[in-house]
Design a protein around this ligand. Structure first.
Ligand code: C2E
Ligand code: CA
Ligand code: CA
Ligand code: CA
Length: 278
């Protein structure tokens, strides 16, 4: 029962505690889910803009929850980042997707693999060494991989992460800036950083048809990337018009529902694997 005269600060503490409790519950659920093999990695096609052929896939995490069905990362990754269980999830995604890349290669797909990483997933040299170990154990060549990191990682106060990313890149792993144009982005910094690719956020792509201004904005982002000698991937491509416009603007790669939604390994191989010669 609530005591009379309780101040708002108590309510605030209450809700903070409730939040902490619900985070802890989800944290434990995730650990249980990992142990029960409920997590899966789906793959979304990335095509070459000129030929429209598959050149890469992006690994996207899914939770096959026994009661809630297929759950997308937006529902659990933010909490996983806060409780730290994101590291275990990240290791799972890396291990599983490297194995799957080997299966894709065996099925005749000569493609690259992109994996998402938030800066909360790495702080120390050991983590990065562990990732390299996971990659090497799978038999996948390090230069087949691209780590997608968000712009905020480039902020000047992330010196430690910068060192680790440089190290990873020196070891062969490619780096891409995800959701480009969404947030902080220092051109000077981008120039100094060993990034080879930027991904234009789907918000820009989807607003492109609305006005000449929006289109000019995407054009400016592409021009800037080109001036920095970076490859450009456009995300969220849903229509032929968008695909053709983006190709015309000089994007090298395209990704979006128009080319395929994130799908399980078997479906990817069935749809994109070269037909077996008979
Ligand atoms: P993201 O890295 O920007 O991934 C692209 C998201 O856009 C995916 O959502 C994808 O399904 C969605 N998408 C792709 N094409 C289209 C399109 O044409 N239209 C629309 N409306 N959506 C499209 P998803 O799979 O729900 O992932 C959401 C976010 O969760 C990702 O955004 C990424 O930031 C994060 N995430 C996913 N997997 C991982 C992971 O393994 N580790 C980490 N740290 N983050 C992950
Ligand atoms: Ca991404
Ligand atoms: Ca993105
Ligand atoms: Ca995103």
């Amino acid at each position: 029962a609530k005591a009379a005269g309780r101040g708002t600060s108590h309510f605030f503490n209450d809700s903070l505690r409730q939040q902490a409790e619900s985070h802890l519950r989800l944290h434990n659920e995730i650990k249980r889910g990992l142990a029960e093999n409920e997590f899966a990695v789906h793959y979304q096609p990335i095509v070459d803009a000129a030929s429209r052929r598959l050149v890469a896939v992006e690994a996207l995490l899914r939770w096959r929850h026994p009661r809630r069905g297929l759950v997308g990362p937006g529902h659990f990754i933010p909490v996983a980042e806060r409780t730290g269980v994101i590291r275990a999830l990240g290791d799972f995604v890396l291990r599983q997707s490297c194995r799957d890349l080997v299966a894709m290669q065996r099925a005749g797909l000569d493609i690259r693999l992109a994996i998402n990483r938030s800066s909360r997933e790495f702080n120390d040299r050991r983590t990065v060494m562990n990732w390299l170990e996971i990659i090497d154990e799978s038999g996948v060549a390090r230069d087949r991989l691209t780590l997608e990191i968000t712009e905020s990682v480039l902020m000047p106060d992330k010196a430690r992460q910068h060192r680790l990313l440089r190290r990873l890149n020196a070891e062969g792993v490619g780096l891409a800036i995800d959701d480009f144009g969404q947030g902080y982005s220092s051109v000077t910094y981008l120039k100094k950083f060993p990034v080879s690719q930027i991904k234009i956020d789907r918000v820009f792509v989807q607003d492109m048809g609305e006005s000449p201004e929006q289109r000019a904005l995407v054009e400016a982002l592409v021009k800037m990337a080109q001036a920095l000698h970076l490859q450009v991937v456009a995300e969220g491509v849903e229509t032929t018009e968008q695909a053709d416009q983006l190709t015309g603007l000089g994007c090298q790669m395209l990704q979006g529902f128009h080319f395929g939604r994130p799908m399980p390994l078997a479906e990817l191989i069935e749809r994109f694997g070269p037909a077996r010669s008979s």
